[in-house]
Design a protein around this ligand. Sequence first.
Ligand code: NVA
Length: 249
Amino acid sequence: MRELGGETIFLNPNDIQLGRGELIKDTARVLGRMVHGAIIRTFAQRDIEEFAEFSGVPTINALTDDEHPCQILADIFTVQEKRGSIEGKVVTFVGDGASNTARSWMFAAGKLNFELRLASPPKYQPKAKWLKRAGGKVICNADLQEAARGADVLYTDIWVSMGMEGEEARRNADLGPYWINEALVKLAKPDALVMHCLPAHRGQEIDATTLEANADTIFDQSENRLHVQKAILLAVASCVPPMQLQPGV
Ligand code: NVA
């Protein structure tokens, strides 16, 4: 926002009346009269949707328990930057296929015509309603090796998403075999990209050698969050009415 010449204010729940029990729809109606847009990172998807509905200003989902769309837009941009159009490519997501990141990958696969393989244990695969909503070619496969074979992209994310800290031991045990390592990379295409949403936990969802061997891609991917978020802001700026202030006010 600052690079584009805009101004930002950062608000924690305790900086505003949300921390004192104000309803989201009331906070949204107040803030909607004071700012031109909102970027929200929270837990419940419903909270962002309610804010968007009642604020009347563009509201960007910067991560919820359900979705992580801004990340996946940056990831897809990174694939395009390095390998051209993502259409027709095979992206293998390794880990929790029911996570926010995986779900946003699913929605993207439906829109951009690439094959998404979710390599996850059965109870970490997405519910049928999400597969239906995503449409497109999304293949759930508990066989990690098979899911990785011939892939253009191997992608992973932290096993314990924000807010799931209490489930760490169980998730680490369940997801233990679902990691990207040197042997898995050999099954993908020779020029396959290895990508990571970050933060990385070496020895869990990815081994240290593989992460370092692919650090150029992974940290370009991370840098692209900056550039792609600017593109998102520009795209929504067209929805924002001009400033109401008169010159000199
Ligand atoms: N799935 C991860 C993404 C972190 C940016 C999480 O929700 O913690």
